[in-house]
Ligand binder design. Sequence first.
Ligand code: CA
Length: 234
Amino acid sequence: MKAYYKSHVGLVREQNEDTVLVDEQQGIFILADGMGGHNAGEVASLLAAETLRDALQRQTASADLLRLAFRRANRAVFERQLGEESLSGMGTTLTALWEEGDHVLLGHVGDSRAYLYAGGRLRQISEDHSYVADLVRAGAITEEEAFHHPRRNVITRAVGTDESVRADVVEILKAPGEKWLLCSDGLTDLVRDPEIAEILAQFSGQEAVEQLVDKALLYGGKDNVSVLLVEVDA
Ligand code: CA
């Protein structure tokens, strides 16, 4: 699989707390969106992504190993902030693809997203671990209401904020020509799914990544915007 990506600070924030990490040879693709005061979010997302990558490298992909690697990343971030007051409370989303033969494993915690674009259709594969997603699942509000909800950025699961974390893991058969899109909420808070699908239909590779980031900036770029596009060979 081939990866194309961009992480942009956006038009409002002073720091970029997102991390994108790719090891194409080993089939490891990671996106993390950190949170915390000062530069703590940056520390959290980078530490989580690097710990996850290190735990996966030179291993044969399996769902159990991926879950274990997420726990390791969680512990690294959690322990790092103990005794370092400026880092207290930091955490991060963590979303990763791990390629193995004809399969792809997806591991996920938080409200960054993993979409699969195949056959002209865009499907969100990851489940948002967020307050508004819980409300939508419970039938209390609609998707449309969630998009405009004042508490839409409250997440219910993060890496590094507690002693342990449970990652969602799914395994999906690879198909030629399909595209995985991993992105931070700086994209999806501003650009709706039909617009994302339209861009992926029209563009591929780095051009698609640039178009997606530009769209988020056009709509205000209020947060860091990170886009990681992973294309399965046709
Ligand atoms: Ca964000």
